[in-house]
Design a protein around this ligand. Structure first.
Ligand code: ATP
Ligand code: MN
Ligand code: MN
Length: 366
């Protein structure tokens, strides 16, 4: 109704952590376009302008209804002239000519393809593109290219890990991870985090966070889980990053969302009902799994940080710093005014310290 739309427009915050963003996106036609523009700018190294389009898309995702006309954008935050022009063209023509152009652009298509490989980031993709490479076949037959271990696994299992992981597959993996964790510490618990915790039906990987009953028990868990997966013959790739967390170094100002906890990035075999590949007679699918095991007293901050979305996390930190004079990262919440760390047993505690209304995980799809 006109009433609810007026109310909605006047109350949308510039911070994603003050908006409730479910997966029910009423403005997909606009947000898809804006996110392609953002992605293209990232591929060109223009992070700043890219973020502006990401923020514009995120605001539209939080709206309770579809935009009906151009005037609906007037009172919304984070929509620059460029974003508004794209929206206007979509209203008038049904699509954006700039977006169509990008989708057909050789650089965009090649960067999209290369960066879809596990272990291949934007720098490597750009390097390969600039050397005239356009296909996986060309990359793999180029003698001067030395793939690292991660990229080798990325190409080897590309067919499987480029397919979305379903919620059913995520639940099956949770049982496998739980079983391995309990062998090491029967009182440790495993929770799904990342996109599945936000309610997504599909993900590019499955993220788990491990909670130990006492601090100091976390360090032995991941190496033992990896060993167990190896002995079960389900480990296809593992990159274990030992903890570099040091409580004396807090606050750490990890604005890039990287943290110092013990974690591992895995590719595991997941048994499936039907053969995925009749020729090879495989009864398994390769799936990407991330595990993080923070010290018990850091658990709540780590859980909040690993739940995402990326933009939601970014805005939580930005809000804490700019509006509250506090520093938030995956390890701690620090109050600059009193030079103290603020304790939290639950995510609700962290939102309360920041003077924010609690936002449920499924409302963090900013
Ligand atoms: P998808 O469904 O595509 O997996 P996702 O939201 O789960 O979406 P991920 O890339 O799995 O995306 O990341 C989940 C969360 O984990 C994000 O909030 C991100 O900040 C956090 N995260 C990912 N990698 C790291 C890392 N190396 N260190 C710290 N945090 C990370
Ligand atoms: Mn994920
Ligand atoms: Mn992940």
């Amino acid at each position: 109704s006109a009433h609810s739309s007026a109310k909605q427009d006047s109350t949308v915050s510039t911070y994603a952590c003050q908006r409730r963003t479910t997966l029910n996106n009423h403005n997909k036609i606009f947000t898809d376009a804006l996110e392609i523009l953002a992605e293209n700018l990232e591929f060109c190294g223009d992070q700043g302008p890219s973020l502006a389009f990401r923020r514009a898309a995120s605001v539209l995702k939080s709206l309770p209804a579809a935009l009906r006309r151009q005037e609906d954008t007037q009172r919304l935050p984070c929509l620059g002239e460029h974003s508004k022009a794209i929206i206007e063209e979509i209203f008038e023509c049904g699509s954006s000519s700039r977006v169509e152009e990008i989708l057909n652009d050789e650089r965009y298509r090649t960067m999209k393809l290369f960066s879809s490989v596990f272990g291949v980031g934007l720098k490597t993709s750009e390097n390969w593109f600039c050397r005239g490479l356009r296909t996986f076949e060309q990359v793999l037959s180029e003698p001067s290219i030395r793939l690292n271990r991660m990229q080798t696994a990325g190409f080897l299992f590309y067919e499987d890990i480029s397919k979305p992981v379903s919620r059913t597959e995520a639940s099956a993996l949770k049982i496998i991870v739980e079983e391995a964790v309990i062998c090491v510490n029967p009182f440790a618990t495993v929770s799904i985090t990342g996109g599945f915790r936000r309610g997504k039906e599909f993900g590019h990987d499955v993220d788990f966070i491990i909670k130990t009953p006492e601090a100091g028990q976390e360090d032995v868990i991941l190496p033992a889980v990896i060993e167990r997966f190896k002995s079960q013959n389900i480990l296809l790739y593992s990159d274990l990053q030992e903890s570099t967390f040091d409580i004396r170094q807090l606050p750490t100002h990890c604005f890039d969302a990287m943290d110092h906890f013990s974690k591992c990035f895995l590719i595991v075999k997941l048994k499936c009902e039907q053969e995925t590949d009749a020729r090879a007679a495989r009864d398994w699918k390769a799936v990407r799994v991330d595990l993080v095991a923070p010290p018990l007293e850091r658990y709540t901050y780590a859980l909040l940080g690993w739940t995402g979305s990326t933009l939601f996390e970014r805005d939580l930190r930005r809000f804490a710093r700019l509006e509250r004079g506090k520093l938030l990262d995956n390890h701690a919440l620090y109050d600059k005014a009193t030079n103290t760390f603020l304790p939290a047993n639950t995510e609700e505690d962290i939102f309360a310290h920041l003077g924010l209304e609690y936002i449920e995980p499924w409302q963090r799809n900013a």
